[in-house]
Structures are given as C-alpha cells and as structure tokens.
Write a protein that binds this ligand. Structure first.
Ligand code: AHR
Length: 330
C-alpha cells in the first residue's frame, strides 16, 4: 500500500476504534491532542484475562502508561481463551497497528498467527509470559519477570526456614498448565531444592492461578495427604484461597503449615505481616511504562533487547522492614 493510502486507512482504523470503547475496548490518546489528529503510535494489546489482583494491576499499569505516553491503545481481553488472543492478533493485523503486544496465556500454539504478523511487517512484543517456538524471529523481544529466579528464591527461603529439619513434606499449587510462570516457577523451585532429599514435594496440583481453585485444591490436599508441612503456591490468589481452607480445618496457616507465595499483592503482604504467610516472592505487574518505551522503539524501527526483566525482591518473615513497606498498588 502506498504511504498516503496507508495513512488514510490507519486514520480510519483509529476512528473505528473509538466506538469500540463502548464495547469494552480502550483507545486512548493524550488529553491535549486534537480529536482528529492521528496518534503517534497505535498499539494493539491482548490481555489474557482478569484472573487475579496481579492481572488487574497489570492491565491498569498498561492503560495508565499508554495514556501518559500518548500511545493509542487498542486493548482487548481474552477471558482466559487462547483462541480469543489469536483472534485479537488477527484483528490488530487487519487494523495495521504499529506494534502488537500480548501476554500469552500458554507457551505453545502461536507460530501461525505470529507468522501472519511478521508477513504484515508488524513487530510483536511479548509481555509478562513467553512463548515456545523454533522461530525466534516471530517476536522482537520479551518484557516480564524472571519466573525461574522466582522459583529459586522460593526454594532458598525454604532451605533457610527448614534448616536442620528432616522429612519435610511440601505440596505445590501450580499455575495454569503450560504457562511460563507455571513451568519456570516449578523448575526454579526444584533446582533450589536439588541435593536436599529431606525436602520432598509430595503432591503438585494446578489451581490455575485462581483463588477459588486454590481453596478447593488445598481442601482436597488436606483431606488426602497424611501430613503437610509446607505449601508452595505459584501465586498469591491461590495462597489466599488455601489459607481459608487451612483455617477451615482448624490449622494455623504460617505456623502449622509454612506458606510461600509469589506476586506481592497487598492482601498477601498483609497476610505476611499477620504471620499467615511466611514468604512472598515479588512478581511485579507494573511494567506498563517499559512496554510503552519498548513499543515506541519498535515503531521507530529500532532493535530492542531480547529480554527485559523488572527489578524484584523477596518479602519474608525474616525482614525487619515489613511495617514500612509502601502500599503495593495491586
Ligand atoms: O503471569 C503472571 C502470573 O499470572 C501472576 O503470578 C499471577 O497472579 C497471574 O495470574
């Protein structure tokens, strides 16, 4: 398409986005921009769903960052369906957005649609979660947490906490099957426990990153396992659900069962302060600003790093600064 035609088509596409605000999609542009002006950058973003406080915080961070950066954001929510995310990416291609960003629910099954994006000349930025592909040229880069390190940090806390103890029985509530945080938080945790036969994972079940499932799965584990010393939950939502199940059996979370969780949402930090959780490994959803910065660089035809990780920390009962932590914002 010749540049002038492409510009006209793009302008029409952006105008078409406006009614979509009313159908639950978002197109934002800077407050001071004239209504008819073409935005500097049109970013199509497919969010995988709204399963946790983490995810809601992540969506907020992206929407606020787009507003601040003057980026027109075409935001779509896939409601936990990979097929929806694939449809989103196809519609972004049809709209000729400048950059496509998405948080893939699972790691596999993206090659075909990403090949279509590549053929259309639209760079793709993976956010939060990774994909597994043999063709690395299908995406420009990844911005998100180091999930393997999160698993290692969870394991290292446990080694410190259980030092000198024998026959420690661990249950694991893992996240969505085939998702990057589920795979890597599991692998990192096991890597940290290698060479420590006294710490045994006796059961691992998927709670799909959901609070309700965390509660259900923990209830079942408490009924079927003879003894549980430790719960390793792949996110706070499941840990908080499990706490309810543990309390319902008359046991004390954080005391009778050591609890390690990942994310760092406000409710989990509050539970840590109360002694109901022993360790929370941070996974920050506040990556909106970096997504906008990387998207702008991609739209300008620049290369970006293959991997960008935010800075994160570990919160635990061993810390002396828990009372002075700032509100988490998610
Ligand atoms: O991909 C990040 C994970 O997804 C978060 O740990 C979890 O809370 C969310 O659902």
């Amino acid at each position: 398409m010749i540049p002038a035609m492409k510009k006209t088509f793009r302008l029409a596409a952006v105008l078409l986005l406006i009614p979509m605000v009313l159908c639950g999609c978002t197109a934002s542009r800077p407050d001071d921009a004239p209504a008819s002006a073409s935005p500097a950058l049109l970013l199509g973003f497919s969010q995988l769903g709204a399963e946790s406080a983490w995810r809601l915080g992540n969506t907020r961070s992206i929407q606020e960052a787009a507003e601040k950066a003057g980026v027109a954001l075409m935001y779509l929510d896939a409601n936990q369906k990979q097929a929806e995310q694939i449809k989103h990416i196809r519609s972004f291609i049809a709209y000729q957005v400048d950059v496509i960003a998405f948080s893939p629910k699972v790691e596999t099954g993206w090659d075909n649609v990403l090949r279509e994006a590549k053929e259309a000349g639209i760079p793709v930025l993976l956010t939060d979660r990774m994909i597994r592909t043999e063709d690395e040229s299908l995406y420009a880069g990844f911005i998100g947490s180091d999930f393997f390190q999160e698993g290692v940090s969870a394991g290292e806390f446990l080694l410190q906490k259980m030092k000198g103890q024998t026959d420690v029985r661990i249950v694991e509530l893992s996240g969505t099957i085939d998702s990057t945080p589920m795979c890597q938080r599991g692998e990192g945790f096991r890597a940290a426990l290698e060479g420590h036969p006294e710490l045994q994972i006796i059961q691992s079940v998927s709670g799909d990153f959901l609070r309700t499932k965390g509660r259900e799965c923990m209830k079942e584990l408490l009924e079927t396992c003879e003894r549980i010393d430790v719960l390793y939950a792949h996110n706070d939502a499941m840990a908080l659900g499990a706490i309810t199940a543990i309390e319902e059996t008359g046991l004390q979370p954080g005391k009778d069962i050591v609890i390690i969780s990942v994310d760092g949402e406000q409710a989990a930090i509050d539970a840590l302060r109360k002694g109901q959780i022993n360790c929370v490994v941070e996974c920050t959803p506040m990556i909106g600003d970096t997504i906008m910065e990387l998207s702008k660089r991609l739209a300008a035809g620049e290369e970006i790093p293959r991997v960008t990780h935010p800075q994160e920390r570990v919160f635990s009962e061993f810390d002396s600064d828990l009372d002075s932590l700032l509100p988490r914002g998610y």
